[in-house]
Design a protein around this ligand. Structure first.
Ligand SMILES: NC(=O)c1ccc[n+]([C@@H]2O[C@H](COP(=O)([O-])OP(=O)(O)OC[C@H]3O[C@@H](n4cnc5c(N)ncnc54)[C@H](O)[C@@H]3O)[C@@H](O)[C@H]2O)c1
Length: 701
């Protein structure tokens, strides 16, 4: 077999070239190849060694196909030790992204140069891991404690110029990397630069105090995640004990991380996200339609955010609303949002201006007739949406994709209002649409393949995470949310308070408790949605009775300063409100519910098993393509902690038999009609199968 690594000698410098497309992952063959290059250089008469990559990037990390398999020698720690121990000067030449193990190879080299648009990073934390080949020990020695903490606990790559300033790299190469790197190496030799082993470098003065001072902040940001704190411990070791000892501790903590369910969850999310963009019955070579211009109908909360998402990705956008006032209002919110992004340093002033200029307002359908994609985001009302789609059918050019951002309405019924249902699709964004990553792509039976393929590609282009759903009330996310919110509100009636229910979920890991989310979204949204349903579909009225009374009292949530909580007008901090507890007690009384103590564990089980059960129904019915898709929806759309892997991975990790037994018990206590087990759950438990197994064996990718 041809090695992906070659060795040749240029001007008496041994050049190790890695060529393992697409990202020069550090597979076993690559590691072995680098090792043999280092050994060959040691054996022959060369003055120095250069490690460089062909293709689009320096090594961008481990080979994920080797994940979970026993390491094969040389494993990465052995390799980096051998690189660092070399008696010949070793220089790494970086381009693209030197990530994870790739950057650890560079850290173990004696000097590092890079092209200016390269970036370096140690993103292991995103998989619940830590750099396990000396990265935690070498980074603080080269770049200092603050840089090391930032780089490794965030996992965000650092651009080369910043890495140069921090000391993580030594030189920026202008022009061709190989020529520049050879020249740099010759200069080092000519200057008599010493072999500089990173492990032997001293740490900065006061480093231990610096680490201690950052602990509280890292713990706060980590919110329940183990990996960032393990990384901090490694950095602490790096600056307080000899290298060899710190290195050993890094290895121990790496092994602990590998076995931690949090890492299993994050690795599940990583693969689930990749799978979610694959549509099982869509041929790979499905053609796509060209999307150059986008029109949006409705310049409200969602329309403005969607316009920004599209404009930020370079599309020309037209934003249409019923009259000039509505358009101006929408555009002024867009202006405010861009100004906010500039203020928070998310976007430069010039970039914000360029994006903003791509968005134009209009009130005339004739102006948008030539758009390639139109996304409707008017009020959530089926008749109105049908009218808008009939108008679009009349106006839009043939071949345009007609999308609706509806949260609940029947996309088939909307499509039927046009003479071209094959061009109609749901593109369900989440609020705030310019920030939230999730995009549910709702396919009807009639949606054309190329419309689907184009929509998936469009989602990625505007940097969203697309998940495919079939049509049902609320699609994947909001259908599950109904059960979750039902249980939150029942817990309130049975003895909880908004604070106790929210805190239970937040302590478990949710970004925000369910009642606070209600207040943020606006309680009137659900109220109106319920009103528009036929009474038999509204569910048990007692569930939403408290929310209804709050809305009727003008407490719509944060926007009116009060909902399930009161809000401090300056800080927007929630404040528990005894008036709300009185309302809850009244409603409980009205329905003859005896209030009792509900502990956090009961709240967590009812809300999460409710969510998982509905998710399994959704998978069983074929609404979602696979369990991982449901997890991605919750992680990217609903603040579910990624380190728990999503509602279905979580159910799998606690044991489906336990989940089913709990659901049956809840059925006995709270009503079997609320707690019908998902047929798929019963089937898996009967077959003693986990969801992960089931997906692998019966359902494929
Ligand atoms: N707000 C959310 O959190 C959220 C999340 C996902 C999806 N959605 C969905 O997005 C859609 C819009 O929601 P929103 O929160 O942006 O509503 P919104 O009330 O903020 O905005 C709706 C806009 O549509 C305009 N409009 C009404 N009729 C129109 C017509 N005939 N032609 C052109 N414009 C018209 C209104 O003037 C208003 O500016 C709804 O279907 C909603 O269910 C909302």
């Amino acid at each position: 077999m041809n090695s992906p690594v070659s060795f040749d000698v240029v001007d008496n410098i041994g050049v190790i070239t890695i060529d393992n497309p697409p990202v020069n992952a550090l597979s076993h063959a690559v590691r072995a190849g680098i090792q043999s290059g280092i050994r060959e250089a040691a054996a022959i008469d060369v003055d120095a060694v250069l490690i460089i990559c062909a293709g689009r990037t320096f090594c961008a990390g481990a080979d994920i196909t080797e994940f979970g398999k026993p390491p094969k020698s040389p494993w990465l720690p052995e390799l980096v030790d051998e690189i660092e121990a070399s008696d010949k000067l070793v220089v790494a030449a970086l381009h693209g992204t030197a990530l994870g193990g790739g950057f650890e190879v560079a850290l173990a080299s004696h000097y590092r140069c890079a092209v200016a648009d390269a970036a370096v990073g140690l993103p292991e934390v995103k998989l619940g891991l830590l750099p396990g080949a000396g990265g935690t020990q070498r980074t603080p020695r080269l770049g200092g404690v603050a840089t090391a903490v930032q780089l490794m606990t965030s996992g965000t790559p650092m651009p080369a110029p910043q890495a140069l300033e921090a000391g993580l790299i030594d030189h920026i190469v202008d022009g061709d990397l190989k020529a520049g790197a050879l020249q740099y190496t010759k200069k080092l030799l000519a200057d008599g630069a010493p072999i500089r082993r990173t492990s032997e470098l001293p740490v900065e003065a006061g480093a231990a105090e610096l680490v201690a001072g950052m602990r509280a902040e890292v713990a706060k940001r980590a919110r329940g995640q183990h990996a960032p704190l393990r990384i901090l411990e490694c950095i602490e070791q790096a600056v307080t004990v000899p290298f060899a000892e710190g290195y050993r501790r890094e290895r121990e903590l790496f092994t602990e991380s590998m076995q931690d369910p949090q890492s299993a969850a994050l690795r599940h999310v990583f693969f689930a996200e990749r799978n979610a963009s694959k549509i099982k019955d869509l041929p790979k070579d499905t053609p796509q339609r060209d999307i150059g211009t986008v029109a949006i109908i409705g310049a409200g909360t969602m329309g403005g955010g969607i316009a920004m998402s599209a404009a930020n990705a370079g599309y020309s956008v037209q934003l249409l609303d019923i009259d000039k006032d509505a358009v101006d209002r929408g555009l002024s919110v867009v202006d405010r949002n861009y100004a906010g992004m500039v203020k928070r340093g998310k976007l430069s002033e010039d970039a914000a201006k360029a994006c903003r200029e791509k968005i134009r307002g209009t009130t005339a359908y004739a102006d948008i007739a030539a758009a390639d994609l139109v996304i409707e985001a008017v009020f959530e009302n089926l008749d109105l949406k049908k009218k808008v789609f009939a108008q679009l059918d009349e106006t839009m050019k043939q071949g345009a994709i007609l999308a609706t951002n509806t949260s609940y309405q029947d996309v088939d019924a909307i499509a039927a209002a046009t003479g071209r249902p094959q061009d109609v699709i749901g593109l369900h964004f989440f609020s705030p649409a310019h920030i939230m990553k999730l995009l549910e792509i709702v396919r009807t039976d009639k949606t054309a393949d190329d419309v689907l393929a184009t929509s998936m590609a469009f989602a990625r282009k505007i940097r969203k995470v697309p998940v495919l759903s079939r049509v049902c009330y609320g699609f994947i996310g909001n259908r599950m949310l109904r059960v979750y919110m039902r249980e939150a509100q029942l817990c309130l009636l049975e003895g909880g308070t908004p604070e106790s229910v929210d805190t239970a979920m937040e302590d478990w890991g949710m970004a925000m408790g369910p009642l606070s989310v209600g207040d943020l979204a606006g309680l009137d949204v659900g109220y109106k949605a319920r009103e528009s349903l036929p009474p038999e579909e509204r569910g048990d009225p007692k569930v939403t009775r408290v929310a209804d009374l709050l809305v009727e009292a003008g407490r719509l949530g944060q926007k009116t300063g009060a909902g399930f909580y009161r809000y401090d007008p300056d800080t927007r901090k929630r404040i528990p409100d005894p008036e709300v507890v009185t309302i809850i007690e009244q409603v409980a009384n009205e329905y003859g519910i005896a209030r009792r103590d509900i502990d956090a564990a009961e709240v967590v089980d009812r809300l999460l098993f409710g969510l998982a059960n509905e998710g399994l129904k959704i998978v069983g019915e074929g609404i979602a393509q696979r369990p991982g898709d449901v997890d991605i929806v919750y992680i990217y759309g609903y603040g579910f902690p990624a380190y728990r892997g999503g509602p279905l991975h979580y159910a799998d990790s606690v044991g489906l038999d336990h989940v089913l037994a709990s659901i049956r018990e809840f059925g006995k206590r709270f009503g079997a009609e609320l707690w019908t087990p998902a047929p798929l759950l019963e089937e898996l438990v009967a077959n003693k199968q986990s969801l992960a197994d089931w997906q692998e064996h019966n359902n494929g990718i």
